[in-house]
Design a protein around this ligand. Structure first.
Ligand code: CTP
Ligand code: MG
Length: 211
């Protein structure tokens, strides 16, 4: 069984506002992406990175697309041998090998995708565009979704056969796999597995990874 890691790293990191694409900003002594590559390379047969122009040269590198999902598709197309894909954002450096392994183990017969997630601890409300609260959602059934997201390869390939607008609308891969009828299960993660989005997240990640 060929397990291929996919690391979308093709974003510019607009909200971080650094002098280079977010995945290549130094965090606790090395480029942010290296932390994710270390966790995945211990478990995957190889890891394909989708990166911006100027960072996409070399083996197992492809160019990123116009959206995160388009980047994932470019990387998936470069791995025809894969039986299982492990998709993990370059922007989540606190991922552990253990979490990746638990997601892979959760891919039992009848399950098409296993995704890292944590039960919601905040109360979540639906709010209108004018700020008026419409309703409070039932927190006991809500999970915040992260990566890694692990999929049987064929269903992810099928899920990614969408036009650019559909790919751009999807905020994660499980959304697209669900759309083609895939069965997705959550794997309980840990709250430190944050996505580095803004400068303050980078400081949190640095403090966590530096020791
Ligand atoms: N990503 C990608 N290709 C894109 C957009 C995003 O591969 N066209 C990747 C990012 O590099 C990141 C992950 O998807 O690893 C999650 O995206 P996000 O945190 O939004 O990163 P950026 O898009 O780079 O940040 P911003 O939205 O602030 O510009
Ligand atoms: Mg983005």
């Amino acid at each position: 069984m060929a397990v291929v890691g996919i690391v979308p790293a093709g974003g510019s990191g607009e909200r971080l506002g650094a002098d280079r694409p977010k995945a290549f900003v130094v965090c606790a002594g090395r480029p942010l992406i290296e932390w994710s590559l270390e966790a995945l390379s211990g478990v995957c047969d190889r890891v394909v990175v989708a990166a911006p122009d100027g960072y996409a040269e070399g083996p197992d590198r492809v160019r990123g697309g116009d959206s995160r999902s388009a980047s994932v598709r470019n990387a998936v197309e470069a791995a025809p041998e894969a039986d299982v894909f492990v998709v993990h954002d370059a922007a989540r450096p606190m991922v552990t090998r253990d979490l990746v392994e638990r997601c892979i183990e959760a891919l039992v017969p009848g399950v098409d995708g296993a995704i890292a997630a944590i039960p919601m601890t905040d109360t979540v409300k639906e709010v209108a565009s004018d700020g008026r609260v419409l309703k409070t959602l039932d927190r006991s059934t809500l999970w915040a979704i992260q990566t890694p997201q692990v999929f049987k390869a064929d269903i992810l390939r099928q899920a990614l056969e969408r036009d650019a607008a559909a790919l751009a609308a999807a905020t994660d891969d499980a959304w697209l796999v669900d759309d083609v009828g895939g069965v997705i299960t959550v794997v309980e993660s840990f709250p430190e597995n944050i996505k580095v989005t803004r400068e303050s997240d980078l400081r949190v990640a640095e403090a966590f990874l530096a020791h």
